[in-house]
Design a protein around this ligand. Structure first.
Ligand SMILES: NC(=O)N[C@@H](CC(=O)O)C(=O)O
Ligand SMILES: [Zn+2]
Ligand SMILES: [Zn+2]
Length: 426
């Protein structure tokens, strides 16, 4: 299959390209990026007035497969990803059973090849069954193609055990993806600890719940000289600590989710479980710090923490609802609308935070770059298209979003994975 993308504005940070160019894909690869490519191709796409960017790489999703497929599965999660321009996802291991062995990693990766339209990188858990008692077979999972390990959904509270896990990860060149939450400080909290939570009669989650573990994890990563990636950062002090750690030469990277850089706790107007996620929506000061971090590069990546749940699990009121919201189908449009249009990020920086840097964090040298020899992972993004987010149009099984009804500008038009068109807007 050969595919020629004509007249799009190529945004490619790796080569510092921002120019109207044609892109030729052959088989799985990019073969040429140049002005006016005159060649016969099996398919030609006119990308005039659109951005042509390296496919997005989402470092944090929950596909719920195996075992929780009433929420999502590899096929529907993959469909949601490519609809959002995402050509590679990192899938968290808090499935049923938990992914904690070489066999389980291999099984998901093998099934994903035929079931998911996006490329899936399955992480393994730090401890067996995510029980926090005994390390899982980290080295074996590493040789099975795990790029990292994560206890996402919780933190390993036993710092001694965690440090041992970090050492094994470092020895096998695996990234530790950290969900930072000191469970002993949560005390039944469900929303940010502030006046709004009080008004709604909800127990609060303080910033320290996150900050204490961010500090611990940075210190331990420094000690074992391992690679640490902080998931879903939500507080201003997380940003400050990441900055300081980087300056000290510690190998730490960090992600922020769209809901955390757009919404604040004040957006929770009523008892609606679709505003409940972990970590919770924070204050204006935190949101500003996260945006500043994204702009300066202290925060490396935008990830969704796509966490689908069934309607039943979400409609039981804020206090009882499951933590988590979906994000794959709204992330690109929200980032463009809320960060690029107001000038917080340039379009180039959007491509960096959503593709180039995530590829670097994973050590994937074959993607995040539209250049000859690279994987044919491309997103064609239409910046002029205006729309309203409608959860009923989601292809994900999860409809749990706080952004339903929100106006956005910018939409994914075409997504290409390994040279194949896997999504095309109607
Ligand atoms: N973010 C969430 O609120 N929920 C996630 C777990 C997690 O990412 O911590 C989930 O698995 O549902
Ligand atoms: Zn988490
Ligand atoms: Zn998560």
């Amino acid at each position: 299959m050969s595919l020629l993308i004509k007249n799009g504005k190529v945004i490619n940070p790796a080569t510092n390209t921002e120019d109207i160019l044609d892109v030729l894909l052959e088989g799985e690869k990019v073969v040429a990026v140049a002005k006016n490519i005159e060649t016969e191709a099996e398919r030609v796409i006119d990308a005039s007035d659109c951005y042509v960017m390296p496919g997005f790489i989402d470092l944090h999703v929950h596909f719920r497969d195996p075992g929780l497929t009433y929420k999502e599965d590899l096929r529907t999660g993959g469909m949601a990803a490519v609809k959002g321009g995402v050509t590679t996802v990192v899938a968290m291991p808090n499935t049923k059973p938990v992914i904690d062995t070489r066999e389980k990693v291999e099984a998901v990766n093998a099934r994903a090849l035929s079931e998911s339209p996006t490329k899936v990188i399955q992480l393994g858990a730090v401890t067996k069954g995510q029980e926090g008692k005994e390390l899982s077979e980290i080295a074996a999972m590493g040789s099975a193609g795990c790029f990292g390990i994560s206890e996402d959904g919780k933190s390993v509270m036993d710092s001694g055990l965690y440090k041992e896990g970090m050492k094994v990860a470092a020895a096998n060149d695996l990234v530790v993806f950290a969900h930072c939450e000191d469970i002993n400080l949560v005390k039944g909290g469900v929303a940010n600890a502030d006046e709004n939570a009080k008004r709604l009669g909800l127990k609060g989650i303080t910033n320290s719940v996150e900050d204490v573990i961010v500090a611990r994890d940075i210190i331990l990563a420094g000690e074992v000289k391992g690679k640490l990636h902080l998931c879903h950062c939500s507080t201003k002090d997380s940003v400050r600590m990441v900055k300081e750690a980087k300056e000290a030469g510690i190998r730490v990277t960090a992600e922020v989710c769209p809901h955390h850089f757009i919404l604040t706790t004040d957006d929770i107007k009523e008892d609606d479980g679709n505003f409940k996620m972990n970590p919770p929506l924070r204050t204006k000061a935190d949101v500003l710090a996260l945006r500043e971090g994204l702009k300066s590069g202290v925060i490396d990546a935008i990830a969704t923490d796509h966490a689908p749940h069934s309607e039943e699990e979400k409609k039981v009121g804020f206090a009882k609802a499951a933590f988590g919201i979906v994000g794959l189908e709204t992330s690109a449009a929200l980032t463009y609308t809320e960060l690029v249009l107001p000038g917080v990020l340039s379009i180039m920086q959007m491509a960096e935070r959503m593709s180039v840097t995530p590829a670097k964090i994973l050590g994937l040298s074959d993607r995040g770059n539209i250049a000859p020899g690279m994987n044919g992972d491309v997103v064609i993004f239409d910046p002029e298209k205006e729309g309203v987010i409608d959860k009923n149009n989601f292809v994900s099984k999860g409809k749990n979003t706080p952004f339903d009804g929100r106006k956005v500008k910018g939409e994914v038009r075409v997504t290409i994975v390994d040279g194949n068109v896997v999504y095309e807007r109607e």
